[in-house]
Design a protein around this ligand. Structure first.
Ligand code: ATP
Ligand code: MG
Length: 325
C-alpha cells in the first residue's frame, strides 16, 4: 500500500509527533511503499525566520533518520522541491468549499494563536495537505488525532473532484496508533503538545537527560496525589500515564497498580528515567548523522527524484481530466 505523511520544520520534533506519527511510519515502512515529507510550505503559514528555515529542514531530515526511517525503503524529501504540490493545491482549491476550511479546528486554533497573522495560507493549509496526499495516490496516512479532520477533508475533496472531473484520485485513510494519538502539553494538559509552543511544554526526541528530568518534574499535575487515569478530572497525570504506557508497553492499569500510594514525585522520577533510556538511541544517532552532511544531502536529492516521478504522473492525469494541457 502507498503511505504518505509529513512533519513541518517548526520547533523540535517531540514525543507527541513520535507516538502519533513517526512510530507508525517505522512499522509501516517494512511492508509498504512509504513517502515521508518535510512539509516546509506548510510551515510558512506561521511566523518564522527565513534565515533559519534550511537549518530546520535539515534537523527534521536528521530526526526522520535518527528515529528509524530507512531511505533504502522509504522516500524522504522536501515538499517545496517538488513543485507539483503547489500546482495541485490550486487545482483542488476549485472543488473545496470555503466553509469547510473555516470550520477546521486547526485553522481556528492557529488563527487564535497568531491573531496578527491570520493569512490565507493558514486557511488553505488543508488544501495543500490534500494535494500532498492525493499527489501520491496515497492509501494510508499515519497521523496524530489532530490531523484526522484534515484527512477527512482530503477524502471529501477527492470525492468532489472525482464526481466533477471523473475518477482520478484514490480514497486515502487516516491511520492512528492505538495509544498516543494525542499527547498533551506538559504545561497545559488540556491542550495538545505542539512544537511551535515553547520547548518547556514538550519533550523533544533529542532532549538531554537533564532537560528531560527537569521538564517532567515541572510538568503540570492535578490536585490530589493518586496515580490514576481520568482524562477529565486528572488530565495532567493521565497524559503522563499515557506517555509512560506508550514508551514502556505496560498497560495503564498495571502502571496504576505499581505506583499505588507512591505519589506524583516517585512516578515522575520513574517516567523521566524511562524517557531518558528510551530516547538515548535517538540522541546517539542524531549526533552521528550531524557529521554526515553529504549523506543527508544525497538522501534528500534521491527522495526528491523518486517523489517527482510519481507526482508528475499524477499531474498529467489531473490536468487532462480538468481540460488543461
Ligand atoms: P506545530 O505546532 O508547528 O503545528 P506539531 O507539533 O503540531 O507542530 P506537525 O508538524 O503539525 O507538528 O505534525 C506532525 C505530525 O505529528 C502529525 O501527524 C500530527 O498529527 C502529529 N502530532 C502533532 N502533535 C501531536 C500530539 N500532541 N500528539 C500526537 N500526535 C501529534
Ligand atoms: Mg501541527
Amino acid at each position: 500500500m502507498r503511505v504518505f505523511s509529513g512533519i513541518q520544520p517548526t520547533g523540535e520534533i517531540h514525543i507527541g509527533n513520535y507516538l502519533g506519527a513517526i512510530r507508525q511510519w517505522i512499522e509501516l515502512q517494512a511492508t509498504n511503499e512509504c513517502i515521508f515529507c518535510i512539509v516546509d510550505l506548510h510551515s510558512l503559514t506561521s511566523p518564522y525566520p527565513p534565515s533559519e528555515l534550511q537549518k530546520r529542514i535539515r534537523e527534521k531530515a536528521i530526526a526522520y533518520l535518527a528515529a528509524g526511517v530507512d531511505p533504502e525503503k522509504s522516500i524522504i524529501f522536501v515538499q517545496s522541491q517538488v513543485r507539483e504540490h503547489t500546482e495541485l493545491c490550486w487545482l483542488l482549491s476549485v472543488v473545496t468549499p470555503v466553509g469547510d476550511l473555516q470550520r477546521m479546528t486547526q485553522f481556528k486554533e492557529k488563527a487564535k494563536k497568531y491573531k496578527k497573522n491570520v493569512n490565507a495560507g493558514l486557511l488553505n493549509y488543508p488544501i495543500l495537505m490534500a494535494a500532498d496526499i492525493l499527489l501520491y495516490e496515497t492509501e494510508i496516512v499515519p497521523v496524530g488525532q489532530d490531523q484526522i479532520q484534515h484527512v477527512e477533508l482530503t477524502r471529501e475533496i477527492a470525492r468532489r473532484f472525482n464526481k466533477r472531473f471523473g475518477q482520478t484520485f484514490k480514497m486515502p485513510k487516516a491511520f492512528l496508533p492505538k495509544k498516543g494519538a494525542k499527547i498533551y502539553s506538559l504545561e497545559n494538559p488540556t491542550k495538545k503538545m505542539s512544537k511551535s509552543d515553547p520547548p518547556h511544554t514538550y519533550i523533544s526526541l533529542f532532549d538531554s537527560p537533564q532537560s528531560i528530568k527537569k521538564k517532567i518534574m515541572a510538568a503540570k499535575t492535578d490536585s490530589g496525589k493518586e496515580i490514576k487515569y481520568n482524562i477529565n478530572s486528572k488530565p495532567g497525570i493521565s497524559n503522563l500515564l499515557t506517555i509512560y504506557s506508550s514508551f514502556s508497553n505496560i498497560p495503564i492499569k498495571e502502571i496504576e497498580r505499581e505506583f499505588k500510594g507512591k505519589g506524583y514525585q516517585v512516578f515522575k522520577e520513574k517516567l523521566a528515567q524511562l524517557l531518558i533510556e528510551k530516547l538515548e538511541p535517538f540522541r546517539r544517532k542524531k549526533k552521528e548523522l550531524e557529521t554526515r552532511k553529504d549523506y543527508l544531502q544525497n538522501v534528500l536529492a534521491d527522495g526528491r527524484k523518486r517523489a517527482q516521478v510519481i507526482a508528475k504522473e499524477t499531474m498529467k492525469k489531473v490536468r487532462k481530466q480538468m481540460g488543461l494541457n
